[in-house]
Write a protein that binds this ligand. Structure first.
Ligand SMILES: [Zn+2]
Length: 159
């Protein structure tokens, strides 16, 4: 979990290009809404920790996931991997994603676990912005490369 406060709130001003981390204001609004909405579909009877994740694709689709727990605890999976797996099943691949959104019910923005960072890294560029929302929809943004420095990826296995 990040200690940083959600200082870069939803009211974050756009850059000189009129975009917010490469997204239009409308895309950011929708990414936030979809990420927060996805939380409500979490199956988390054990942890009661609701997480929603949404991927914004370059062709303008929003694909969401929520955490899915299991009575055999390690079998459960995170919202980010549910969302990405759903996107993969729709045919999206590396180069398809414009941004990632994550939302929890915590007072502070919460970042993806280590396993999910690696999972996202397989399909997202290191420059992909990850919007980390608190329970109220305020967010901070970190790139995937910031969340997973010196990472290992598919290019390292390329012959
Ligand atoms: Zn995770």
């Amino acid at each position: 979990m990040l200690a940083a406060k959600a200082v870069e709130a939803s009211s974050a001003s756009a850059g000189s290009d009129g975009l917010i981390h490469g997204l239009t204001a409308q895309e950011v609004r929708l990414l936030t809404k979809e990420s927060l909405d996805a939380r409500s579909l979490a199956y988390c009877p054990y942890s009661k920790f609701h997480v929603g994740a949404t991927l914004l694709t370059r062709d303008g689709n929003f694909i969401s996931g929520a955490n899915v727990e299991n009575a055999s605890y390690p079998v459960g999976t995170c919202a980010e991997r549910v969302a990405m797996s759903s996107a993969i099943m729709k045919g999206y691949r590396m180069g398809s994603f414009k941004a990632v959104g994550v939302a929890t019910n915590l007072e502070e923005p919460c970042s993806p676990c280590g396993m999910c960072r690696q999972f996202l890294r397989e399909f997202c560029e290191l420059s992909t912005p990850v919007f980390l929302h608190d329970k109220h929809g305020q967010y901070i943004v970190r790139t995937l490369g910031e969340l997973l420095p010196m990472s290992f990826g598919p290019e390292h296995l390329a012959a």
